[in-house]
Design a protein around this ligand. Structure first.
Ligand SMILES: Nc1ncnc2c1ncn2[C@@H]1O[C@H](COP(=O)(O)OP(=O)(O)OP(=O)(O)O)[C@@H](O)[C@H]1O
Length: 604
């Protein structure tokens, strides 16, 4: 059979690919030279050497027997999908050099002789599945193996003995249920390669001698208790100070998270140094940091606890800490306060689902940590900070204000991110759920990155109602319901905030029947007056409300329409937003002169 016929057979045993594999059809060959005509196929000189179907939510069966007939197949990746069931019989693909099956739901034991004869294998990634049983000993026979990632499964028993001169460079069995002594040949690996296996011992973990480990546990417990008391006192003092700081610098009397209010922006000028709470370092707890991406260097909670950390903000929903790892990136650890009703399986499942999302306007989670009473989510630190701070705190930070082209770029990016969430999480009524300016971060080029999205299913519902923006919508306040258009309302409020420079929380309805809202305030001003009365003067307004800025303001007003039936849906809002232009057609020179004025302002 031809490559094309074989791959179409492979396709026929897959499920749930929707439109993703539309390019797989018999009328075009999979490869033309080094160019691939089929999505996810890697080609070299007209031959298929790789199949890389990642992040597609795929299910079904991997047709190994058809893949076996592709003579040049060297790499196979089905990472970040929804495959479940038993180990696919990969042993038939003897020419494979790399195999990536991480972040699926494969379960059961891997036959211990599976890897015998797969002598070309260099990279094996099976992390974050549900594999059980012992780690197959045949792995130790692979002469070229340099990467082996088995973390986040349920492997039991000892770690098999690898050859003294093994070539392993990247190795992890973290977060399994392994026991016994770490083989000598793997002792050079970092602690994080083994963490999360309570019954493993020996270097680089603690000694296997039970007496000394008991003593060290007692010492650790005492140290942790003292640290917790000291930190609790510091947290209490800092928390009080930070609340005071927010109120004065943001001139907003309603900050904090009292019932019925949307929490305000965390003020980045009130950062304070402290380490992350040590209550995670209780014995055994440091083990469960689960990574959602294979392209990331691993670290464990212990490394996080050692890192110097800075609190970025603490709301009713979460507290966020910035931590600089000794040998790694700067990250943000978000500690959720209102998630203690969600079970482990459900939480893991949801995090993996979020981890599979990928879009230039989303900040993806890198890892998570689950304990019944506490959940953490790790993301990258975004250096340019949040839109909230840029909009409202730029003066105190000594930064120039955002001009219109940048604000428009930000609105367009937010809309695209939201559109993607709607497409990829269609089962959620409010795919974002908490869209507000402190949940929009900015890259160096002012590309917006949405955060805190998709969390509605895992938040305690009773408390979510006090803290998430969707529950401030008119439909929720008046009829107690959320619809597919509720995120659109949040988008509208956010655009109003961006255009007016006003804090929505100062205007958001404070309860049922309240008349005051940012939208109704904008409505109360006639469009002829928008330039002076409504638009943020720092943005440089057009001469009247009819220009492109006025267009965007009208779009926002359609998004915040109180009557859900009349309100635009997301599709319409996104289309209209993408049509807004940076320049009014009669004002070709306007922004050039504004830009120089802005530069001048920023230098003072
Ligand atoms: N990855 C990140 N990089 C840089 N800053 C961040 C990051 N994540 C959060 N922040 C900033 O840290 C601050 C605190 O964020 P956090 O999400 O904990 O609270 P919030 O968004 O202000 O309110 P809420 O608790 O309702 O979500 C905010 O100013 C936020 O913009």
């Amino acid at each position: 059979a031809s490559d094309s016929e074989l791959l179409l057979k492979v396709k026929s045993s897959l499920q749930n690919y929707n439109n993703e594999l539309i390019s797989w059809n018999a009328s075009v060959p999979p490869c033309s030279g080094d160019h691939s005509n089929w999505r996810g196929i890697l080609c070299y000189q007209g031959k298929v050497w790789g199949v890389k179907l990642e992040n597609m939510g795929l299910r079904g069966v991997i047709d190994v027997l058809s893949l076996r007939s592709l003579p040049y197949l060297r790499t196979l990746s089905f990472m970040n999908n929804d495959f479940d069931g038993a180990w696919p019989e990969i042993q038939h693909l003897v020419g494979l050099k790399s195999l990536y099956l991480s972040n699926n739901k494969f379960s059961g034991e891997i036959p211990f002789r599976t890897f015998e004869g797969m002598q070309w294998l260099k990279k094996i990634h099976l992390s974050n599945n549900h594999f059980t049983g012992t780690i197959p000993t045949s792995l130790t026979l692979l002469p070229r193996l340099i990467q082996l990632r088995l973390e986040g499964n349920a492997f039991t028993g000892p770690i098999p003995r690898f050859h003294r001169h093994n070539k392993l460079k990247s190795f992890s069995v973290a977060n399994n249920d392994l026991a016994g002594e770490i083989p000598r040949s793997l002792r050079r690996m970092p602690v994080s390669s083994f963490s999360g296996n309570e019954r493993l011992c020996g270097a680089p973990l603690g000694s296997c001698n039970s007496k000394s480990s008991t003593v060290s546990i007692i010492v650790a417990v005492v140290v942790v208790c003292v640290a917790v008391i000291v930190i609790a006192a510091v947290v209490f003092i800092l928390h009080r100070r930070s609340k005071r700081g927010q109120q004065t610098s943001l001139e907003n009397p309603s900050s904090g998270c009292s019932k019925g209010r949307v929490r305000e922006v965390g003020n980045e000028s009130i950062r304070s140094s402290r380490s992350l709470s040590s209550n995670h370092s209780r014995r055994g707890d440091h083990m469960k940091l689960s990574f959602l991406r294979d392209d990331r260097e691993r670290f464990d909670l212990q490394e996080l606890l050692r890192a110097s950390a800075e609190i970025l903000g603490s709301g009713c929903f979460s507290s966020s800490y910035k931590a600089s790892l000794m040998h790694g990136p700067t990250i943000v650890v978000k500690r959720f306060k209102q998630m203690n009703n969600v079970g482990k399986e459900e939480f893991q499942e949801h995090m993996r689902r979020l981890g599979r999302l990928s879009h230039p306007n989303l900040l993806p989670p890198v890892a998570y940590y689950y304990r019944r009473e506490e959940k953490l989510m790790v993301t990258d630190y975004v250096h340019n900070g949040s839109l909230a701070v840029r909009l409202h705190g730029h003066q105190s930070l000594g930064e120039p204000s955002l001009d219109w082209p940048i604000r428009l770029k930000i609105v367009k990016g937010i809309a695209k991110g939201l559109e993607y969430l709607y497409k990829d999480m269609p089962s959620l009524i409010a795919p974002h759920g908490n869209l507000k300016s402190s949940n929009v971060l900015l890259t160096e080029s002012f590309e917006p990155l949405l955060t805190d999205y998709g969390l509605v299913p895992v938040i305690n519902q009773d408390l979510a109602q006090d803290i998430m923006v969707i529950y401030k919508s008119p439909e929720y306040l008046q009829q107690g319901r959320i619809t597919k258009k509720t995120d659109v309302w949040c988008l509208g409020i956010l655009i109003l905030e961006i255009l007016t420079g006003k804090f929505p929380a100062n205007f958001l309805q404070k309860g049922k029947g309240s008349e005051v809202s940012l939208a109704s305030w904008v409505h109360s001003v006639v469009p002829e007056e928008w330039t002076n009365a409504v638009f943020d003067q720092d943005m440089g307004a057009t001469k009247n409300g009819e220009g492109e800025m006025g267009k965007l303001l009208k779009i926002a007003l359609n998004c915040v329409e109180g009557d859900v039936d009349k309100r635009w849906d997301l599709k319409e809002a996104v289309e209209k937003i993408q049509e807004v232009k940076e320049r009014d057609h009669d004002q070709e020179n306007f922004y050039t002169s504004y830009a120089s004025e802005a530069d001048m302002k920023s230098s003072t």
